[in-house]
Write a protein that binds this ligand. Structure first.
Ligand code: ZN
Length: 169
């Protein structure tokens, strides 16, 4: 069912998905996730998604969420692009209000529904945003500045950045 990750599901729909132990899966293009997109250095590529619905104690709608993506960020040490790989797996419990969240079995992370409905793509987007490091950095300092170094080696000249001001008028 293409596009179903972008649908809004009402409480009764979610309940039915849970009763049937339905699975929603697919890919979401990163450029369709507006809030996340603004936080990325580049937004080509997509996130692979798998949502498995179920019931807990006959009452709670739970979702086993898995997502995988490679996100382009800017290293805050050298200001060059770097890749951040996300492979998240979380157990969520859907609740209608914040007060219900405290009664949820503790193995589940509560998700408070907005207006008693849920759009899976937004849930995934939230998950990806939470995964972003506060201060993205290449894992090793030796990886930093490799673009500048490569340019330096290929031209044999002192390095220049694309954003450097023109030298002649
Ligand atoms: Zn770096």
């Amino acid at each position: 069912m293409p596009g179903s990750l972008h649908n809004w599901y009402s409480l009764s729909w979610l309940d039915m998905l849970a009763e049937r132990q339905s699975v929603l899966s697919g890919r979401i293009e990163l450029k369709r996730l507006a809030r996340l997109r603004d936080m990325l250095h580049a937004h080509d590529g997509s996130v692979t998604v798998n949502l498995r619905f179920g019931k807990r104690d006959g009452a709670w709608v739970i979702v086993n969420l898995e997502c995988e993506a490679t996100l382009a960020l800017l290293c805050q040490r050298c200001l060059e692009p770097m890749l951040h790989t996300v492979a998240a797996r979380v157990e969520l419990g859907l609740v209608e209000s914040a007060s219900m969240a405290s009664r949820l079995p503790e193995d589940y992370e509560p998700v408070v529904l907005e207006g008693d409905r849920l759009m899976p793509a937004r849930l995934i987007e939230d998950e990806l945003i939470v995964s972003l490091p506060l201060m993205p950095k290449h894992a090793h300092t030796s990886e930093c500045g490799s673009l500048v170094r490569r340019r330096d080696e290929s031209t044999g000249e002192a390095w220049t950045l694309d954003c450097a001001p023109p030298t002649s008028h």
